[in-house]
Design a protein. Structure first.
Length: 304
């Protein structure tokens, strides 16, 4: 068996994604390979989206997701959009159904090139997020960082979008907080037995939010799709906004926008936004050894 497979360096609003084509193979991208790829400045990433042959009838692929520290992730909205763009370019199709650890995801490339992903239903039950303590109301839990009488962040809304999220509401610019210092402490707080994605969210209108995220297993990220979904749902759930919002992802350069709708009809969360192909190459999924395609870095070689 050939040790190398095709992969693409992509991004979703700056969220750094590697899409790896593992179709027709039984092996997996190893944690060691993920760590090696992330250590290289050219292939550093937030998530790897490894496309495998489908496991369930009616699906197009099984997606195995790895964080940059080699750990597994259950969901990645920005990465899913990248997979859709890659497969749409390869097949000419517009609609796809994927299976992940978090469940089934339906996605479609729109006529304007943006991609919509049905992220499924949010989860609010404390033991399914999961939390280490029982909370009847997870729209606001007792958790803070900083002095007791003047906390820097406090009372987050918590939920799962297939992965755990804590949304801290702030009244000033999300970039004014030292999330690089607070993020690791909150990600690994004992309240979150499976760790958590930590997001700062500022309500800017009844239909808009600005967010910044420390991503579980990846660190400070330019964008996180599932965190944007969690912020949108939490904002509607707490009466801060309606069920359809535009989210400005502040860390992206320039700041990018995701459209999120928490549908009343079925409680599913629909995320719409862009994806960008950067370059492609080959990689050994066991070791992370890689090379650019012959066309070279920066060329639009759609190899998947």
């Amino acid at each position: 068996m050939n040790t190398r497979v095709e992969f693409a360096k992509m991004n979703g609003l700056g969220n750094k994604i590697l899409v790896v084509d593992m179709r027709g193979r039984k092996d997996r991208v190893t944690p060691e390979a993920a760590i090696a790829l992330n250590a290289d400045t050219e292939t550093a990433f937030d998530q790897i989206m490894a496309i495998h042959d489908p496991k369930a009838e009616g699906t197009d692929a099984w997606i195995d997701i790895l964080n940059s520290d080699g750990t597994k992730a259950q969901a990645c909205g920005n990465g899913t959009r990248c997979v859709v763009q890659a497969l749409a370019a390869e097949t000419g199709r517009k609609a796809f159904t994927f299976q992940t650890v978090a469940g089934i995801l339906n996605a479609r490339e729109q006529e304007d090139g943006t991609i919509s992903v049905d992220m499924g239903k949010p989860v609010f039950e404390w033991n399914r997020i999961p939390l280490a303590e029982e909370f009847y109301d997870t729209s606001r839990i007792e958790l803070q960082i900083g002095p007791i009488d003047d906390p820097v962040l406090h009372s987050p809304s918590v939920m799962s979008m297939g992965n755990p999220h804590a949304i801290f509401w702030v009244s000033r610019d999300v970039l004014s907080f030292d999330l690089e210092r607070f993020g690791p402490l909150l990600e690994n707080h004992p309240m979150f037995p499976e760790r958590a994605n930590i997001t700062l969210a500022q309500v800017t209108s009844a239909t808009s939010l600005t967010t910044r995220t420390w991503e579980r297993g990846a660190g400070l990220t330019l964008a996180c799709g599932s965190a944007a979904c969690a912020a949108a749902v939490s904002a509607a759930r707490t009466g801060r906004t309606g069920r359809a919002v535009a989210i400005t992802v502040a860390s992206a350069s320039p700041p990018g926008i995701l459209s999120i709708e928490w549908r009343e009809s079925d409680d599913h969360v629909l995320m719409t936004g862009p994806a960008e192909w950067e370059w492609s190459g080959t990689v050994d999924p066991a070791t992370g050894t890689w090379a650019h395609d012959e066309a070279g870095a920066g060329e639009q070689v759609r190899a998947l």
